[in-house]
Design a protein around this ligand. Structure first.
Ligand code: CUA
Length: 311
């Protein structure tokens, strides 16, 4: 695995190695002198007298000034690299993507209107800026290989930028505890080469990837968009109701009404989940996917949900 997948990552590591190296050198040097002095100037007998030294100004100035200079070097080096890590290079084009964190998945919206869930698709060698917000609680967006990490905060926009050097796949972790399924809030960055990116931007498909039939595409979306984390397909009760035999049945809702689970209800519950909650399930758990799924994607998900039936 590539450990420094951006230009800045290698420099972040250099700062780290520099500070660690310097600390290690002085730790060992100071302790070596300490041990030497303990042995060299130990009391050798009852009549052993030591010289009465009052102080040495020169020595004190030297051991104050040298550490000051070293700390200033660390500060300067750190600030310079931090600035490059934080601010996209001036005057260069930047490709901006909106990121929303919500319990417990990531969604991405691109300038051409495309959306993806838990999978950030970017071109190689391009300055990418992520404009990030949260739909519920504080999350934190971390791509270890890029050395970038930034909190994603409700009612506040935060940002980060990176420029991936190599095409490939990298992990995204949520690094702020955000509830029950925090540890499952995982994603991938897919860095595409120029040809693949051009194709994806136009068609939403990777080179060589085919358009899936509705049922398969619905199943893929159900997993990729994180539905499966809360809605089982085998009858087990998770955070939300199971999808097993869900379609077509009549369900009691927490407002005392009862509705039939049909296409309209499924679309409504995906876009505006707070309107009707199935009785026995807590409110405020299901995030809204309004604007994050196209009509054809919603229709494919419905096709898949219809197919989840017990034998
Ligand atoms: Cu989101 Cu932890």
């Amino acid at each position: 695995m590539i450990s420094d997948a951006t230009e800045v990552a290698a420099r972040v590591d250099m700062v780290q190695i520099f500070i660690f190296g310097m600390m290690a050198f002085w730790f060992i040097a100071c302790n070596a002198v300490l041990v030497y002095f303990m042995l060299r100037y130990r009391r050798k007998g009852p009549d052993d007298k030591v010289a009465n030294i009052k102080g040495n100004h020169m020595l004190e100035i030297v051991w104050t000034v040298i550490p000051c200079i070293l700390v200033l070097i660390i500060f300067y080096y750190g600030v310079v690299v931090w600035k490059d890590l934080r601010v996209p290079p001036e005057g260069e084009p930047v490709y901006e993507i909106s990121v929303t964190g919500q319990k417990w998945s990531w969604s991405f919206k691109y300038p051409n209107g495309a959306t993806t869930g838990n999978e950030l698709i970017v071109p190689v060698g391009t300055n990418i800026k992520l404009n990030m917000k949260s739909a519920d609680v504080i999350h934190s967006f971390f791509i270890p290989e890029f050395r970038v990490k930034e909190d994603v905060v409700p009612s506040q926009y935060t940002y980060m930028w990176f420029n991936a050097k190599y095409a490939g796949e990298y992990n995204i972790f949520c690094t702020e505890y955000c509830g029950k399924d925090h540890s499952h809030m995982l994603g991938k960055v897919k860095v595409l080469d120029a040809d693949n990116w051009e194709n994806w931007e136009k068609t939403g498909l990777m080179l060589g990837e085919e358009i899936l039939p509705p049922l398969e595409n619905g199943e893929k979306l159900f997993v990729k968009r994180g539905c499966k984390g809360c809605h089982s397909i085998d009858g087990v009760k998770l955070v939300g109701p199971t999808m097993l035999d869900a379609y077509g049945r009549s369900a009691a809702f927490d407002d005392g009404q009862s509705y039939t689970i049909d296409d309209n209800y499924i679309v409504e519950s995906i876009k505006y989940p707070e309107r009707h909650i199935v009785a026995g399930y807590p409110r405020g758990q299901m995030p809204s996917f309004d604007g994050q799924l196209s009509d054809s994607e919603l229709s494919d998900i419905i096709t898949y949900i219809k197919s989840i039936k017990s034998e």
